[in-house]
Ligand binder design. Structure first.
Ligand code: IPM
Ligand code: MG
Length: 369
């Protein structure tokens, strides 16, 4: 069958290449067993791109990114590149690709797998069964607002400036993503802002209110970000879909990730707006970073990247059955007692990155039989 899905693979730095190797095995499996052929390109990003092409986001990578139907990325960054000037650091590659492809909607599910509920630092009954979706706006806010920079004042003091900005259209489009998704879930959106202090977020709240009428079956509530941080650790199951700006979303999504006890398990999707043909730019990546301390040892957890590939099947290709099958395979290997080092518990079997990958393939075989 002709390859009808063009995929760009960006292994990146640290454990990125190792976990991506396991995704490639899943892709091969899809090809052989499900007759879904992906045309794969691979390109450099982050530190690997600095070393290989002198720039964290080479033009060639962006060319391939524009041509791809979907992108899957490992991770960027590491101590090797930390001393480089700010504008040349690996993170610029990630922020650059998000901005250039207008990947404004970042979906970060925080799901507690039953088999791992004990891994959370929170009490079992607080997190067991947790399933929330954080939707973070990804191309606006203080991350990209102007003016920005560090200037020297006439008296010699230095002044750092970053600017929180949103326009109504930016808030509307991320709001609609949240309402749409909540409509397919438990029909509750909680919008997080700091409307008691920041005008930008006063407007954010007004815009959320102005579009809620389009979604009569979804309930909208608002919460200040400081309270949201507290509520996430106090009673996270009160949330269904959380929608928030770039900066608050960065912070709250790490907090939510840790509720699950296992950063190594969490996938994410960053989506652009659909064009007239329904095609939308999309980048999928695990939430864990490049973990340079364990890179190259074959111990990294590939499940978040495999689940990110599953999100790709679901959100870019509408292959719901195959996406469900991947999620199920992950649950099964966990239920079978397999654990990489990051999620190891007494009495379980500690396995390497590629053994975990093999176990996923074996489960996929069973599920497809
Ligand atoms: C994330 C990361 C990035 C961000 C960094 C690596 C630039 O923390 O994806 O949450 O701040 O967006
Ligand atoms: Mg972050």
């Amino acid at each position: 069958m002709a390859a009808n899905k063009r995929l760009l693979v960006l292994p990146g730095d640290g454990i990125g290449p190792e976990v991506m190797a396991e995704v490639r095995r899943v892709i091969d499996w899809m090809d052989k067993r499900r007759h879904v052929t992906f045309a794969l390109d691979e390109a450099l990003i982050g530190g690997a791109a600095i070393d290989g092409a002198g720039n964290p986001l080479p033009d060639r990578t962006m060319e391939l990114a524009h041509a791809a139907d979907a992108i899957i990325m490992g991770a960027v960054g590491g101590p090797k590149w930390e001393k480089l000037p700010f504008a040349q650091q690996p993170e610029r590659g990630l922020l650059g690709i998000r901005k250039q492809l207008s990947l404004f909607a970042n979906l970060r599910p925080a799901v507690v797998f039953d088999a791992l509920a004990n891994a959370s630092t929170l009490k079992l009954d607080v997190v067991k069964g947790l399933d929330i979706m954080i939707i973070r706006e990804l191309t606006g806010d203080i991350y990209f607002g102007e003016p920005r920079g560090i200037e020297t004042l006439p008296d010699g003091r230095r002044k750092g400036v970053n600017t929180m900005t949103y326009t109504t259209d930016e808030v509307e489009r991320i709001g609609r993503v949240a309402f749409d998704l909540a409509g397919k879930r438990n029909k509750r959106v909680c919008s997080i802002d700091k409307a008691n202090v920041l005008e930008t977020t006063v407007m954010w709240r007004e815009v959320m209110e102005s579009i809620k009428g389009e979604y009569p079956d979804v309930q909208l509530s608002h919460m200040y970000v400081d309270n949201a941080a507290m509520q996430l650790v106090r009673n996270p199951k009160q949330f269904d879909v959380i929608v928030t700006g770039n900066m608050f979303g960065d912070i709250l999504s790490d907090c939510a990730a840790m509720l699950t006890g296992s950063l190594g398990m969490l996938p994410s999707a960053s989506l652009g707006a659909p064009d007239k043909t329904g095609r939308r730019a999309a980048l999928y990546e695990p939430v864990h970073g490049s973990a340079p301390d364990i890179a190259g040892k074959g111990v990294a957890n590939p499940l978040a990247t495999i689940l990110s590939f599953g999100m790709m099947l679901r959100y870019s290709f509408d292959m719901v059955e195959d996406a469900d099958r991947i999620d199920q395979a992950v649950q099964n290997v966990l239920n079978n007692g397999m654990r990489t080092a990051d999620i190891m518990e007494p009495g379980k079997a500690k396995v390497s990155t590629d053994t975990m990958g093999s176990a996923i393939l074996a489960e996929l075989d069973k599920l497809a039989a």
